[in-house]
Design a binder for this molecule. Structure first.
Ligand code: MN
Ligand code: MN
Length: 320
């Protein structure tokens, strides 16, 4: 075992506003550091938004999420879990994207995550726009398709953009199904809403058996009932959890590029994660936090808080 302590810096030893900000004040372990093998859960930044079709900015997400994640303390206020004592967690730094080349960036992201998978590290990612999830899945679901629980205003199941463009933040899960990375019958999308161009994405979901729970159904049934179904659909196989911050109502999360009205509040945003029961999480992300649209940092604080809840759920499921 390495000499890394794997404990966050306590606010009693160094005030939370001081020091170099890593995710949740955890130690930084480089992806090529031999100590990577001791890490069970790796927090990673993907500062990349080349898949964004409308308002850009999530390339700045990881830095603001790291800053606001210094607000996170050691213990979960609801469950009492102390995740950093139960599992060895570290900040693995940022994937270095190529901001001028989308395809090269995706290859770089996949190569980075393959190192984590090879070392047995479960990745918890701070995006980045939602296209980031596709190259992550190429690494995480490299051997067999995984299930997915997906929180979002949008299905991200579209075929293309402006004619033939196949890779945008509106298409990652269409590509992931085509590439055999997702088992569509074990995929559940929660919170879908907003005006649309057409039904193309929903028709595709129906054709491959993806369950879409639109926002009116979410509000009518409530968190517990909806999440019970989502967890049943994911089943007991390997499952990825992808959380687009635009799932949350823009009153609580204005810092995002494609907001949609009528969403969950910040309490429900946390609750849905707390209701992930008996899901074998092989990776998770929080994407689409766009600091230029919320310089207050409130959206990033919510994003960091969701990351903490996801971390607790990965620990609960028992990392390798
Ligand atoms: Mn999305
Ligand atoms: Mn979205």
């Amino acid at each position: 075992m390495s000499d890394v302590d794997f404990q966050p810096v306590s606010g009693f030893d160094l005030p939370r506003f001081a020091g170099i900000p890593t995710f949740m004040r955890l130690p930084h372990v480089g992806v090529d550091d031999p100590r990577l093998g001791d890490v069970q859960i790796g927090l990673v930044g993907v500062p990349w938004d080349s898949g964004t079709t409308n308002r850009p900015g999530p390339r700045h997400g990881p830095r603001q999420l790291r800053d606001l994640s210094t607000m996170i303390r050691a213990q979960n206020g609801i469950t009492g879990m102390r995740p950093f004592e139960a599992a060895r967690c570290a900040d693995l730094g940022d994937v270095p994207p190529n901001p001028a080349d989308l395809m090269d960036s995706m290859d770089r992201i996949t190569a980075f995550y393959r190192k984590l998978v090879a070392a047995g590290v479960i990745p918890l990612t701070a995006g980045g726009d939602h296209l980031s999830t596709l190259p992550i899945l190429r690494a995480v679901a490299g051997k067999a398709p995984v299930g997915m629980i997906h929180f979002d205003s949008h299905t991200d199941l579209f075929n293309g953009y402006f004619g033939g463009t196949k890779y945008t933040h509106g298409t990652p899960f269409r590509r992931a199904v085509e590439e055999g990375l997702l088992d569509p019958k074990r995929v559940c999308m929660v919170g879908i809403r907003g005006t649309t161009y057409d039904d193309e994405d929903r028709d595709f979901a129906d054709s491959v058996g993806i369950r879409v729970i639109p926002i009116d159904e979410f509000h009518a049934r409530g968190v517990e009932d909806v999440m019970r179904e989502a967890c049943d659909i994911a089943g007991d196989g390997d499952t990825y959890v992808s959380y687009d911050i635009d799932f949350v109502d823009p009153a609580f999360a204005p810092g995002t590029g494609t907001p949609e009205i009528g969403g969950p509040n910040s309490y429900q945003a946390i609750q849905v994660v707390q209701h992930l029961q008996e899901v074998r999480i092989v990776g998770a992300d929080v994407v689409e936090v766009s600091p230029p649209f919320d310089p207050s940092g409130n959206t990033a604080f919510l994003g960091a808080s969701i990351m903490f809840e996801l971390l607790c759920k990965i620990v609960e499921a028992g990392p390798k």
